[in-house]
Design a binder for this molecule. Structure first.
Ligand code: B4P
Length: 190
């Protein structure tokens, strides 16, 4: 199964993708994690990405697409994948359409996890305390939410227009949200 998970920062994409990976036996591909790995490795790409991420902005489309294409070529993605954090703007959505058409691997479902803004801020403040991620600091979170509204929210319309989007209520405990997503996916598989 090939799935895109959409949602604002803090909506639970990474949290849910880990669970779906275990339940469905497909690869979890997080562009945020791929970028953080480059930052941790101190690569040239990582150094450039770090500055952008610390400001709450999006890393360049070309860099992220190159990274994604390489990751989709690894063997674990052949059985399917969950894309977490990509696409984040319309140009990325169109690039993904072209890439998957070229690979002959169309998407089965796009799931959008909806969470009210005040809850997102609370969750990311909690993670800032627990994990110390620099981009979870309050000023950066505000900017990430602005970027989401301006650039990522229109991506939902791109998929909704094709009848591929399913919206899920992302409030409540993690198990309840997973159960809602699994129900939405069962309807695709049926
Ligand atoms: P990401 O790594 O994608 O970060 P994120 O949007 O915060 O989502 P994440 O998956 O980590 O958090 P989650 O909602 O699961 O991106 C980081 C940065 O990388 C971006 O700002 C950008 O600069 C760059 N980037 C990434 N992809 C890019 C792209 N395609 N193009 C350009 N740039 C890109 O969880 C958040 C918190 O909520 C956690 O603490 C979790 O425990 C908690 N939580 C989750 N579910 C919960 C629930 N049901 N109840 C309570 N808490 C919950």
């Amino acid at each position: 199964m090939r799935i895109v998970l959409l949602g604002a920062p803090g909506s639970g994409k990474g949290t849910q993708a880990e669970r779906l990976k275990a339940a469905l036996g497909v690869a979890h591909i997080s562009t945020g994690e791929l970028l953080r790995a480059e930052v941790a490795a101190g690569s040239e790409l990582g150094r450039a990405a770090k500055q952008v991420m610390d400001q709450g902005q999006l890393v360049s489309d070309a860099i992220v697409l190159g990274m994604l294409e390489k990751r989709l070529g690894l063997s674990d993605a052949a059985q399917g994948f969950i894309l977490d954090g990509y696409p984040r703007n319309l140009a990325q959505a169109e690039a993904l359409d072209a890439l998957l058409a070229r690979l002959g691997q169309p998407l089965d479902r796009v799931i959008q996890i909806d969470v009210p803004a005040e809850r997102l801020t609370e969750r990311l403040a909690g993670r800032a305390t627990a994990e110390g991620r620099r981009d979870d600091r309050p000023d950066t979170v505000r900017e990430r939410l602005n970027v989401y509204t301006a650039q990522t929210a229109p991506v939902s319309d791109h998929y909704a227009a094709r009848g591929e989007l399913k919206r899920i209520d992302g409030e409540g405990d993690v198990d309840s949200v997973t159960a809602r997503i699994m129900r939405a996916l069962e309807r695709v598989a049926a």
